[in-house]
Design a protein around this ligand. Sequence first.
Ligand code: AMP
Length: 116
Amino acid sequence: MNDKKNIFQKILSKKINANIIYQDKLVTAFDDIHPQSPIHILIIPNTFISTLNDINKNHELLLGRMILVSSKLAKKKCISNNGYRIIINCNTHGCQTIFYLHMHLLGGRQGTKNFF
Ligand code: AMP
């Protein structure tokens, strides 16, 4: 099995430690190990999807849940009023390094406009 997807599967199966802050039937959220901002949380599906290229109509509920959970966690972490950013990186040009679909929730300081 590819290590770059396996790392998040190991977090789900508790073989690797992570600070899990939310979990339901569809998604799990935990702190990023190398935070790029004061709040940096990853939200992942509980079942494996490699990239955003691999989603289909059957994933509508899951993708909606990922966004709802990001909004809920932003409020819980008290960053919703000042604002935050959610990002899904896809493949090489999108700078995806872990090939297990995940959404970044970033906040806690002023961001910058530039991405590329
Ligand atoms: P991406 O570049 O979009 O694929 O993001 C992958 C993210 O996973 C990076 O922000 C990493 O810091 C994060 N990451 C890698 N390994 C772990 C881990 N064991 N626990 C938490 N976050 C991780």
